[in-house]
Design a protein around this ligand. Sequence first.
Ligand code: UD1
Ligand code: CA
Length: 462
Amino acid sequence: MKRHAIILAAGKGTRMRTKLPKCAFPILKKPMIDYIVENVEKIDVDTVVTVVGHQKHVIQEVLDTRTLYAVQAEQLGTGHAALAAKTLLKDEEGTTLILLGDMPLIDKKTLQSIYEVHENSDQVLTVVTANFEAPHGYGRIIRDDYGKITAIVEEKNCTEAQRKITEINTGLYAVDNKRLFEALDKVEKDPIKGEYYLTDIVKIMNEDHPVGTFTIRENHRVMGVNDLYAVSQAEKYLRDEINKDLMLNGVSMINPETITIGHNVQIEGNVTLLPNTTITGESIIKEGAVIGPNTEIHNGIIHESVEVKHSLIYDSEVHERTTVGPFAHLRNRANIGKDNRIGNFVEVKKSTTGHDTKASHLAYIGDTTTGSHVNFGCGSITVNYDGRDKHRTSIGDDVFIGCNTNLIAPITIEDNVFIAAGSTVTDNIPSGSLAIARNRQINKADYAKNLIKPKLKNNIIK
Ligand code: UD1
Ligand code: CA
């Protein structure tokens, strides 16, 4: 039996009050729609169609070629959105799973079981429902005296009594593909909201086909994210779930409620995470690392036994036993070697270092290749930008860079070089040299009195 999926993601998300189209809005720094497609990809589905419309390029940029696209030019409701997939799917046999692009917590297991329940039944449509203590905002499931589903009523259309129903429509449906498009053609505009409701297919199909329900128990899996408060709730669920899983696999967390780990982050056992740490993107943290407190890592690869405290690491890699921070900033493909020390207020951008290199305090290292056993003195700076272009600095092995040195790029410092403190280095330094690039000091004897102002006594100058 063939399996297809339609993901509805054309809506604006008015209740979000943000500029991004809702389904591209991030949950733990990853677009909502990405979670959904990732889970659909984990199961065997023949055709996946995402319905896009409002700011469609944003959604398409996230998903790229991972799904097919149907365009809903005007957002006239979920029924109208599903119909947009007709041209792509109408001739297909099999089951179509309909998903909403605003249910980021849905998982593979739930999706798999929806297909299975549907395929093992004689139903043409299986509506996935859940029982919510606070059903506000969701469509309610209406059943007849025999318990059979007869309709879904949107909250706006509910009578007082219907509003009290706690069984809700999750927005997930498994449906016979051909029957789906026949039913969608019959959906009429709702007079109250002026939209074509997908939920109307229940009533339409009920006329001549068996329609049933599948009730799921893990309610949070199907929460719809409609506003920024719901974003925070979804993040909380996801955070707790990820943290628990990590802790059970040997990752120690101090104050886990303040620690946020993204969905695709890999953390090995015997790692310690301290409070207020956020690790997202495609980050990898290897065994023995200690990260935090107050640290943010996005797309960072942190090797064995590295320590990072009070620091920011973006798109960068740190090798074994190096210590980073407090208050360091590594970004844009910084690649720090083994046993380095990147200390207080040091920024490293698009640069590599060999092993046992140190920049302990107040340094900027940008567009630089540095060897091993190099010491950047306090306040040393690679001057990589001339106001128009960026230039590279190359530093060999065993180089001592005195405090407050400016290395004006492009420049090459060869091996075994010693640079005197306070130098502004504009020329390459050959191997083995001592470079001093500053004025020699002059001491003028007995001259200071001419410069030091006389002391004030009782405000009278003597
Ligand atoms: C929908 C359901 C409701 C259900 C709830 C579950 C309908 C009419 N209502 O309500 O029964 O309880 O989800 O979370 O289906 N979309 C489009 N084009 C449109 C309108 C919406 O693609 O013209 C997309 C949106 O991008 C969104 C999804 O469909 O991803 C759901 O739309 P939304 O407005 O959030 O529906 P709800 O009011 O939450
Ligand atoms: Ca919704």
